[in-house]
Design a protein around this ligand. Structure first.
Ligand code: GLU
Length: 321
């Protein structure tokens, strides 16, 4: 069976232990299956993209021993591997949805639509359910408004549940119509929303396995609706639990968690970081030091706990050389 996995970071901030753990798992799953690993840089949220972050991120992944087979620096048969260079493909997909009557122009507030470019990080970021304000505008009304303002485009969600199997969480069900409603696939400025870009690019890159944080589980339901509407093959999914602080709250500075760059500069060895990440996945005992390659043989999704991984206070606080 062909395995094409990917790690899809957004170059908006430094790599921290949470996304490094996701990268490790995407890498392990691909290597254990003797598959291909693709890096795709998700840089559509231009105002949040910071110069130099992409190069640093790739450098830090290599430092951890997590190499890839195709990516923005290596190229490959499915390039380019940066979403900002793939606008033409996203636009073509939105045209197809529009021509099929599956997407409609939306003139609602910019603030509401602006958040569509970035990957949501938890229910709060998803905003309230869209009430359908622009769903059934008469053609004349659309023409009148479009003369004043370029619309965004929303995908029409039909009632019903979306179910899928997740390698970590088992059967998952979401009612997108009831919780999210019609969602934005393209902003008024012509930039694709995260949900659309991921679907189109995963399919175009032949991705068969998506490994990412489980804060994106609800997004998967939306993405599967788009896969269906566009007639694109859907990948399999493994949503990995987030890394949280010892108190169970989302990792923050107050937990003393340092970015990968900070750990590296402090002289922490990559084997100590991989050992900690593996311990956070139940793949190694606490305090272990190892390379990513050493973990391939023992890797299995069944070993990964479904609960968030708690980062022990003071983990990697002192340089472990
Ligand atoms: N770019 C997203 C992030 O960094 C991940 C999206 C995905 O894996 O589908 O949060």
């Amino acid at each position: 069976m062909i395995y094409r996995g990917r790690f899809a970071p957004s170059p908006t901030g430094p790599l921290h232990l949470g996304n490094a753990r996701t990268a490790l798992l995407a890498w392990l799953a691909a290597r254990a299956a003797r598959g291909t690993l693709v890096i795709r840089v998700e840089d559509l949220d231009r105002p949040r993209v910071r110069p130099g972050v992409e190069a640093r991120l790739l450098d830090e992944l290599r430092w951890l021993g997590l190499g890839w087979d195709e990516g923005p620096d290596l190229g490959g048969p499915c390039g380019p591997y940066r979403q900002s260079e793939l606008g033409w493909r996203h636009q073509a997909a939105v045209r197809r949805l529009r021509d099929a009557g599956l997407a409609y122009p939306c003139f609602c507030s910019r603030a509401e639509i602006a958040q569509a470019a970035q990957a949501p990080h938890g229910p709060a970021d998803d905003g309230p359910r869209y009430p359908g304000t622009c769903r059934d505008l008469a053609p004349a009304e659309v023409a009148r408004r479009a003369a004043e303002r370029t619309p965004a485009w929303r995908f029409r969600v039909e009632p019903g549940q979306v179910a899928f199997e997740d390698a970590v969480h088992g059967t998952c069900r979401f009612d997108v119509a009831a919780t999210t409603g019609d969602f934005v696939v393209m902003r008024a400025d012509g930039v694709a929303a995260y949900q659309l870009a991921v679907v189109v690019d995963d399919a175009a890159m032949g991705i068969t396995e998506v490994v990412r944080g489980d804060d994106l589980l609800p997004s998967t339901a939306r993405q599967l609706l788009l896969h269906g509407a566009l007639g694109l093959p859907a990948p399999r999914h493994a949503h990995v639990p987030l890394v949280v602080g010892e108190d169970g709250a989302r990792l923050a500075k107050r937990h003393g968690a340092r970015s990968l760059g900070e750990l590296r500069e402090a002289g922490v060895a990559p084997e100590a970081v991989i050992g900690l990440l593996a311990a956070l996945c139940g793949l190694a005992p606490g305090g272990a030091r190892c390379t990513a390659s050493e973990l391939v043989v023992g890797f299995a999704w069944e070993r990964l706990p479904r609960e968030p991984a708690r980062l022990p206070a003071g983990a990697l606080a002192a340089p472990a050389r």
